[in-house]
Design a protein around this ligand. Structure first.
Ligand code: TRP
Length: 448
């Protein structure tokens, strides 16, 4: 019996903790807002069920079969003449790149928990000034909260799978769910709720176009934390004998429900205040704080609850980004966990500082290369290139390279032969093609 492994419920909460993040509470509502609501939600649900879930099961399958770090997982499961497939395991580096700007955003959110409690901006204009000032001028505040974020993340990972990751998720995830439930109950009785419902669930097919489809596939991947061996690594610490299909379905459902509930909460509040949905990335940091202010003391309570939920969601995701690299160093390079964690964290703390500074007026000109600053480059390189690449590698590895008996033995007892064939078909053809199109689109090679 391995002492540093997840229990079944610990794994479900931790993987859901990874999946549920800024993607659910921040990004999903605003891209839904920009892409016509109902149609986008419908396409997104379809891509999550058909493509996202299949690849998710594929990643859990890899990890839970090998019980090793990601590189060793690919190495163990590849046939002799394909041993070079172990290099796919190095896609954990994508995660570390993501961490360096994700932690910057976690820092903003920590700051907004304090803003919510002490000084909500009194108008949208003021809210915008506050946000822009934080990003462009207030380097001290940003670095303070960024450092705090990195410390929380590194401390958790340094304590290991059980004492660190499982404990953190066992506390934060249920709390997150309770907070969202309270916010949902509050939203249901707002006058904007019915408008939010119809905005999110009545599809208007005139707004359907191929770019929403591509966006939905990309987001299905991002929100499920696929393509950077995070899920592979978490599943490697899963005890034997767990029904991996059931666990995967539970996690995917939790992730999807939380995205939809967040959308309903945010749109109900916005519509009740007479605001429009298509506000882009500033929705959460600009429009919402101003709307909360309008609500008086109730608004302060809601704002603190909301940003706390967002902080919890983001921290549990950020933690999961670091674990694959640390597990690799511990298992393959025989480093002590503490040393591995703090060395990697320190390096990426410094790298992330460049991302942080690249948004500031003072340093932006040094830290802008071509059309983007460092922050946007990290985002672009990871989301548009490395993450899809990692997803394709997993799909091809599971679909073509790995011995079919491994996947058959793990899945057929749970889903039967027919569904297994459907799953295999998705891994071999649908997923690689869909992800490839996302990649070309995001890179601007083709425009849908
Ligand atoms: N799934 C996370 C979210 O929805 C973001 C994310 C993408 C992520 N890839 C990841 C988190 C890898 C951890 C590890 O916000």
């Amino acid at each position: 019996m391995h002492t540093n492994r997840f229990t079944r419920i610990g794994f479900i909460l931790a993987a859901a903790g990874s999946a549920v993040g800024l993607g659910n509470i921040w990004k999903f509502p605003y891209i839904t807002g920009e892409n016509g609501g109902g149609v986008f939600v419908l396409i997104y649900l379809a891509t999550v069920v058909f493509i996202g879930m299949s690849v998710f099961i594929g990643e859990v399958l890899l990890g839970s079969n090998a019980h090793k770090d990601a590189v060793s997982t690919f190495e163990t499961l590849s046939p002799k003449k394909y041993k070079y497939w172990k290099y796919s395991g190095f896609t954990f580096l994508t995660g570390v790149l993501i961490l360096s700007f994700y932690a910057v955003v976690v820092g903003w959110i920590f700051h907004y928990v304090v803003v919510a409690a002490t000084a909500l901006p009194s108008s949208v204009q003021e809210a915008e000034n506050h946000f822009m000032n934080l990003l462009q001028k207030d380097i001290g505040t940003q670095i303070f909260y960024y450092t705090l974020a990195f410390f929380v993340i590194a401390y958790t990972i340094s304590r290991g799978v059980k004492k660190g990751i499982e404990t953190l998720n066992n506390i934060l995830m249920p709390t997150l769910i309770v907070i969202l439930a309270i916010l949902l109950i509050y939203s249901v009785q707002l006058e904007g709720f019915s408008k939010a419902l119809s905005f999110m669930f009545s599809p208007d097919f005139d707004k359907f176009d191929s770019s929403s489809l591509i966006l939905a596939v990309g987001h299905a991947f991002f929100t499920l934390s696929l393509g950077m061996v995070t899920i592979v690594t978490y599943a490697a610490s899963l005890d034997k004998g767990v029904n991996i299909v059931k666990a995967s379905i539970t996690i995917v459902i939790m992730d999807t429900l939380i995205a939809i509930v967040s959308g309903l909460i945010i749109f109900s509040i916005l519509f009740s205040a007479g605001q429009e949905p298509g506000k882009g990335a500033g929705l959460v940091f600009i429009t919402l704080p101003a709307v909360f202010f309008e609500m008086g003391s109730m608004g302060i309570f809601l704002a603190v609850a909301f940003f706390t939920a967002l902080a919890f969601a983001a921290v549990t995701s950020a933690v999961s980004v670091l674990e694959p690299t640390v597990m690799y160093l511990v298992e393959r390079k025989k480093m002590k966990r503490k040393k591995a964690t703090y060395s990697v964290a320190l390096i990426f703390y410094v790298v992330g500082l460049f991302a942080l500074l690249s948004n500031t007026t003072e340093f932006s000109s040094f830290l802008t290369f071509g059309s983007k600053n460092v922050f946007d480059w990290f985002d672009f390189i990871s989301a548009a290139i490395l993450m899809p690449l990692g997803g394709i590698l997993v799909a091809i590895f599971v679909g073509y390279i790995m011995d079919k008996e491994v996947s058959r033995k793990a899945l057929v007892p749970h889903i039967g032969e027919n569904l297994y064939q459907v799953w295999l078909f998705i891994m071999r053809f649908v997923a690689p093609l869909a992800i490839f199109l996302v990649m070309l689109n995001e890179m601007g090679v083709i425009q849908f």
